[in-house]
Design a protein around this ligand. Sequence first.
Ligand code: MRU
Length: 357
Amino acid sequence: MEKTSSSFAARPPRPILHEKHADGHRLWILDQTLLPHASRWRELVCLAAAIRAIREMQVRGAPLIGVTAAYGVALAMTADASDANLTQALAELAATRPTAVNLHWALRRMRARLAAIPPETRGAVAWREAEAIAEEDAAQNRAIGQHGLALLETLPHPATRPLTFMTHCNAGWLATVEQGTALAPIYAAHAKEIDLHVWVSETRPRNQGLLTAWELRQAGIPHTLVADNAAGFLMATGKVDVVMTGADRVAANGDVANKIGTFLKALAARQYAIPFYVAAPSTTLDSDTPSGAEIPIEMRDDEELRWVCGSDEKTGFARLRQLPATEAALNPAFDITPADLVTALITEHGVSRGREN
Ligand code: MRU
């Protein structure tokens, strides 16, 4: 089902919308599998639709995955609020994507809120709790933006060119409820009229960099898309002042799981003494996992490497085979950046410093 984005023009952009009506609740997501070619809202009407949206990456990004899962529980409780269905819904949602810990955090919170109350009250309570999780995420990102901005203001700003960022994947408002994590300080710096430029790495194979470019274009923030492999060259030639990424899970020792390719950027940043900042809400911190070695890394379908997607003048959207089915391919979706490559972690509580460059 479609919904025009003009309905949302009056508020800061969000990729998920919960509407309360006299006859019940409605949940909408912006389908990210079609961006940046088409902007289409889909209504999630049941648990199965929420599961599909997460698994197929119609919604993606650690915080948004957690929020969508919480709403998925609310959809499940609206249909059948029994103990058995609660247990089943939580288990099915937990199995959608393994790396982003926000998913498990949100499901634990929904379980804690719902398991102890009578089934007849669970539907209404589940919607309220999911809404609270969403609003908390938006507030956390606003705080990350302000802490990140304060950190950026301590950096030496180049005299003859803009302060230049390198980012990876998409950690903007599309990946959260509002603002984003890694992009929140960039949005805050732009709002303060700091002259800046962002190198956006393409992020093969799912090309989340195209989502970042789409966001930045809408916000009027100067940026340039580069192939992932250009990152080392740009850093080596003095064209990057700071690397800023999000995270899918931060282990107890500070190791960071994030989109595949993050680790190589951190290595190059270390080589050239460029600050490497990670921005993430506390819901991404996982004190139960001792180090990056224990973080489960999602291995996605190797079909994602065999096809490229884009827009086509006739149909508006097209898939093109780039690799024969007989060719072997491997598709790890995340990698681990060791804690000692992270200059600072920015959360809603402030900045914790790691190594100094
Ligand atoms: O596979 P994705 O697109 O869900 O991966 C997203 C990322 O790796 C993001 O960098 C991370 O979730 C931080 S989002 C605020």
